[in-house]
Design a protein around this ligand. Structure first.
Ligand code: BES
Ligand code: ZN
Ligand code: ZN
Length: 470
């Protein structure tokens, strides 16, 4: 599989097929400049400048064919406008005629992603290469693509091969590559220090034992940023077992962990001037005689007692302990990613992750980052008046709302109890999955909110960007 660095190359005037971009406004003018042969061809195939429609341009020499594709607006390219071409065109080199591909470089690469772990030969294809004269932009977009591919690969990998130990291995690889310090807490120490992570994961087989994986990187003097990920390697639901249809995709319940590891790699590879603390709560929500039960009361790291209303609401438990630990360092910012609720999908569907934030400036920066990167988020309220839904008879709070309503909000309110006072915090309830393919975005594991968050972190901390802007 490609590492993506070969898919976007500097334009040095080498031979390449032309991709012509048109939109409804520019099409007639563009058509006038084409040869009679090409005009006749486009008329014969019934080409219309509707977004994502394309046609091969025959050219006068049989070897010199090109492509025309319609986009919504030639002056403002989306990340996805060349993605379909990157997927379907024959192998070779391409150049956008008279313009730079800009944001479309991402989609060009993203459409060429393949999950080939289990059938490398069947998935193999030579690269479609896109040229750009904006050579300085290549490294950053390739880094974002690699981060995206890491999320997809980790989520697509079945639970048997992506258990807590495999997640730890991935973290170890990333930590080694960038000189971060890795700490893993397991066994007795986990039971003592992170009782909720331990309780959720203790029913799993030994080789899938639960753990808290932490990575620390960067100078002590830099602003502290924590990233926290839900790493449930498989969510059977526990004793409150999920029905088959609901369990089928639950290998993806470590999607939050995949997002934060990919983000950590972007932060470290990009040399962002922050002190990074990345925490992954990794556990399998399995069933055995030792499983935690409905009605059990857990004493969390923070000291709050939690009565288990439903063992399937396990994500908030492992995150509660991880958020408490992240808060102990008093970072100025915590971002967590979690495949936390089915209710988030009911509310906003699979493409649009709910964003919760206790700070308006932070929320705004995340939403702006999402628009900039074509990686949208939608803000939902931390509606405190629903906090009573988490009250129980015998503990400080329950892990499952007492009503079926507002499930995404009550889950976020549960997390909020574990975030330290005065810390700006954002929570993304990501699906980490794409149920059907869209241009540049294959069915399966998906990075959602990853590049939006990266854009927010860059706008907040990247001095080079700040000095560019001023
Ligand atoms: N991992 C699930 C949430 C989920 C389900 C995400 C489907 C994406 C798709 C989570 O652990 C869970 O099961 N949540 C329950 C909470 C309920 C028991 C309060 C849910 O959403 O039904
Ligand atoms: Zn669950
Ligand atoms: Zn879960």
């Amino acid at each position: 599989m490609t590492d993506y660095s070969d898919l976007i190359q500097p334009d040095k005037g080498q031979d390449a097929r032309a991709i012509h971009l048109v939109d409804k406004k520019s099409y007639d003018g563009w058509l006038k400049g084409r040869s009679a042969r090409e005009r006749a061809h486009l008329a014969a195939v019934g080409f219309k400048p509707d977004a994502f429609v394309h046609a091969i341009l025959p050219g006068d020499d049989p070897e010199k064919w090109g492509v025309v594709t319609a986009v919504a607006n030639v002056d403002s390219l989306s990340a996805w406008c060349l993605a379909k071409l990157g997927q379907i065109l024959p192998d070779g080199r391409y150049r956008v005629e008279g313009a730079q591909p800009g944001k479309a470089m991402f989609g060009w690469m993203s459409g060429q992603y393949r999950f080939d772990t289990y059938r490398p030969k069947a998935e193999a294809r030579a690269p479609r290469v896109l040229l750009t004269s904006d050579v300085g932009a290549i490294a950053a977009v390739v880094a974002e693509m690699r981060a995206t591919a890491l999320v997809r690969d980790m989520v697509n990998t079945p639970a048997a091969d992506m258990g807590p130990a495999a997640i730890e291995k991935e973290a170890e690889r990333i930590a080694k590559a960038h000189g971060a310090k890795l700490t893993v807490t397991k066994g007795e120490a986990l039971e003592q220090g992170y009782p909720m992570i331990h309780a959720v994961g203790r029913a799993a087989a030994k080789h899938h034992a639960p753990r808290l994986i932490e990575m620390v990187w960067g100078k002590d003097s830099h602003p502290k940023v924590a990233l926290v990920g839900k790493g449930i390697s498989f969510d059977s639901g526990g004793l409150d077992i999920k029905p088959s249809a609901g369990m089928r995709l639950m290998k993806k319940d470590m999607g939050g962990a995949a997002h934060v590891l990919a983000l950590a790699e972007l932060v470290m590879a990009g040399g962002l001037p922050v002190r990074l603390h990345c925490l992954v709560a990794a556990a399998e929500n399995a069933i055995s005689a030792d499983a935690f039960r409905p009605g059990d009361v857990l004493r969390s790291r923070l000291g709050l007692t939690v009565e288990i209303g439903n063992t399937d609401a396990e994500g908030r438990l492992v995150l509660g302990d991880a958020l408490a630990k992240a808060s102990e360092d008093k970072p100025e910012l915590i971002v967590d990613f979690a495949t936390l609720t089915g209710a988030a999908r009911v509310a906003l569907g699979p493409d649009l992750p709910p964003l919760f934030a206790n700070d308006d400036g932070l929320a705004e920066a995340m939403l702006t980052g999402g628009i900039e990167r074509d990686d949208p988020l939608w803000r939902m309220p931390l509606w405190d008046a629903y906090a009573d839904l988490l009250e129980t008879d015998i503990a400080d709070l329950g892990n499952a709302g007492s009503s079926a309503f507002a499930g995404t909000i009550t889950a976020a309110l549960f997390l909020k109890r574990f975030v330290g006072e005065g810390i700006a915090w954002a929570h993304i309830d990501t699906f980490a999955w794409r149920p059907s393919a869209k241009h540049g975005r294959p069915k399966g594991g998906a990075a959602l909110g990853l590049r939006a968050t990266w854009a927010m972190l860059q706008s907040r901390y990247d001095r080079r960007r700040k000095s560019d802007a001023s």
